[in-house]
Design a binder for this molecule. Structure first.
Ligand code: 8GT
Length: 126
């Protein structure tokens, strides 16, 4: 089972969402930025590292939401979502096809990675 952390980065009424590139696994699916936890890291450290690598953003990691296991046809993950804050909305796109700030009420209109659906349901309740 691959352990993956992801960030629900909130700024005012918007959340930062990212579209995977054609060459990544789950091509063109939308996700919350993040990635695999590496050996020796805790979840918060992994998330801070991934967000800096992918977006050159410094995030403050706050509370954990509910984690879920998801089984894709050729791999399985446990996804650990965390609410995060930033001081500035600026980011640099390094790996993704697209990254944007989107209003929470519009998140359901995107083609999400299947593992993220329970997270969307949970953040609808915030
Ligand atoms: N970062 C992130 N990954 C997600 C989310 N939902 C989801 O199913 N995943 C999957 O969890 C894994 C995260 O690993 P990663 O972000 O380091 O992906 P990667 O490009 O290194 O994967 P790859 O090397 O297998 O292509 C990917 O297989 C990705 O498809 C999500 O919301 N955020």
């Amino acid at each position: 089972m691959i352990k993956v952390v992801c960030a629900i980065i909130q700024f005012e009424d918007k959340i930062l969402i990212a579209q995977r590139s054609e060459t990544m696994s789950l091509p063109l699916k939308w996700e919350f930025p993040g990635g695999k936890i590496e050996e020796g890291e805790n979840k918060e450290e992994a998330l801070e590292r991934e967000i800096y690598e992918e977006l050159k953003m410094k995030v403050e990691v706050n509370e954990a939401l509910t984690s879920f296991e998801h089984h894709y046809p050729n791999f399985s993950i446990t996804l650990y979502p965390f609410l995060c804050e930033v001081k500035s909305t600026a980011f640099l796109k390094t790996e993704h096809k697209e990254i944007r700030w989107e209003k929470k009420e519009n998140l359901h209109t995107y083609d999400w990675a299947a593992a993220d659906i329970p997270i969307l349901e949970e953040i609808g309740e915030i």
